[in-house]
Ligand binder design. Structure first.
Ligand code: FAD
Length: 407
């Protein structure tokens, strides 16, 4: 049984449907929403590059025919009874459970942020379709003032997305001819631009080159909706005319109901096998884990390949393979039709080199290029047609390769 038909759950359904013995096993996947969102596309909506048609498709179109698909909200997992409970009151038993319920923003965690006078009027998220669309409307008429890009706390999914948003905003308002009328501020709880040191140095320089002011170590306590100010726990204040914030990211409340998660509802997971730390017949994948890897679709893709082997091994009573190395690769849009590409894992920081093939590339790592930007834009087609369907991606290794990289 797979809980969640987002990026990771859909990939698992496709992989397992090809591998499993359908005479002895049934695969069921459950999700409360009928719509599949291409979340990386939300980044481009505020700037008018993408619209609804780029980011929305029907979930059912990606679930293989041999998999039973239930469209219901899951209320609770009862691991002792190997049962899940649905909101409609039904209970379903499982032999093996894969939790792929992801994570979502919880703006109510910040006092004052969702006050009706400012939420989706002057303070926005772009991590939901609704938030990104509201911000697109705001930017259409935004003539000038202080635009603050803000992260509430880590971890967040796609940790590079707020930086990309800042670079794209610089590019967007420059092209509109009003960049000089807009003060861009990047406020983060981190002590630099990014979580990884090498990257933080490169991207920190880029922020200052583009005249985007970095405010590090800003730990938000509340928002004053009357004076449009963010206030930190140590009394610092940042005022804004328009706020693009990434509120606290948390796993679904079903994890809390099931008493299976940490304080942010992330599930303790073995960092190499993806087995739950508490229950042998439960596996966790994607943003729902508590792993120190990035919460990203690329990571879910690598995890899905490894988890498919491990679920098959578990069925055959064979030992699990500790093969997940935290591998992630992410494009970072830097504006004006260019992007960076980073490749890293649990142990190796993003480094310079070529990707996917050593020496010949053709893409450059930790360097800005037009080709990287085309790679990012092509990712949408790869996502819908290859990645979600669990099809092989030639040349993209599941584990990070260090050959040809400047370690
Ligand atoms: C703005 C933005 C930009 C991004 N950019 C990139 C990028 O460039 N590259 C990249 O690799 N990644 C990117 N990501 C991250 C990527 O989208 C996620 O990491 C990925 O979707 C995680 O997959 P998942 O399956 O774990 O979670 P999701 O895809 O979020 O799926 C979780 C599913 O579980 C379902 N669910 C949850 N709780 C319940 C319940 N109680 N009952 C029933 N169903 C439930 C949800 O409806 C959902 O369908 C970006 C994300 C955002 C928001």
């Amino acid at each position: 049984m797979i809980l969640g038909a987002g990026t990771a759950g859909t990939m698992m359904a496709n992989h397992l449907a090809r591998k499993i013995d359908h005479k002895n096993w049934n695969i069921t996947i459950i999700d409360e929403h009928k719509t599949h969102y291409y979340q990386p596309g939300f980044l481009f909506i505020p700037f008018g590059t993408y619209s609804e048609k780029d980011v929305i498709k029907k979930k059912a179109d990606f679930i293989p025919k041999k998999v039973e698909y239930i469209s219901e909200k899951i209320e609770k997992i009862e691991p002792q009874a190997n049962t899940i409970k649905l909101e409609n009151g039904n209970s379903i038993e499982y032999n093996i459970l894969i939790v792929a319920t992801g994570c979502k923003i919880v703006p109510d965690e910040i006092d004052g942020l969702t006050d009706v006078s400012i939420w989706h009027k002057d303070a926005f998220d772009f991590y939901t379709f609704e938030g990104a669309m509201a911000l697109q409307k705001k930017f259409e008429n935004f003539k000038g003032g202080k635009l603050v890009i803000h992260i509430a706390e880590m971890p967040i999914k796609c940790p590079v997305a707020p930086l990309e948003f800042a670079f794209l905003a610089d590019s967007f308002f420059t092209k509109k001819g009003i960049r000089n009328d807009i003060e861009l501020i990047y406020a983060t709880p981190l002590s630099g631009a990014f979580t990884k040191q090498n990257c933080s140095t490169v991207l920190g320089h880029l922020l200052s080159e583009k005249n985007i002011k970095l405010i590090p170590d800003f730990n938000i306590e509340s928002v004053d909706s009357n004076s449009k100010k963010m206030i930190s726990f140590d009394g610092k204040e940042i005022d804004f005319d328009c706020l693009a914030t990434i509120p606290t990211n948390m796993g679904d409340e079903l994890i809390e109901n099931s008493d299976m998660g940490d304080e942010l509802n992330f599930i303790p997971t073995d960092k190499h096998t993806l087995q739950s730390k508490d229950h042998d017949n439960i596996f966790v994948i994607g943003d729902a884990t508590d792993l120190p890897s990035s919460k990203a679709g690329s990571v879910a893709h690598f995890q899905a390949e490894i988890l498919t082997h491990n679920v098959m091994n578990f069925i055959k009573n064979k030992p699990l393979k500790p093969d997940f190395d935290g591998h992630a690769n992410c494009f970072i849009e830097s504006g004006f039709g260019k992007a960076f590409l980073i490749d890293f894992n649990y142990d190796v920081e993003p480094v310079e080199g070529k990707f996917p093939f050593p020496i010949i590339g053709p893409m450059s790592l930790l360097k800005e290029s037009r080709l990287n930007h085309f790679g990012k834009m092509a990712f949408k087609h790869i996502y819908w047609n290859v990645l979600l369907r669990g099809l092989p991606m030639p040349g993209i290794p599941t584990q990070m390769k260090t050959w040809g990289k400047k370690l």
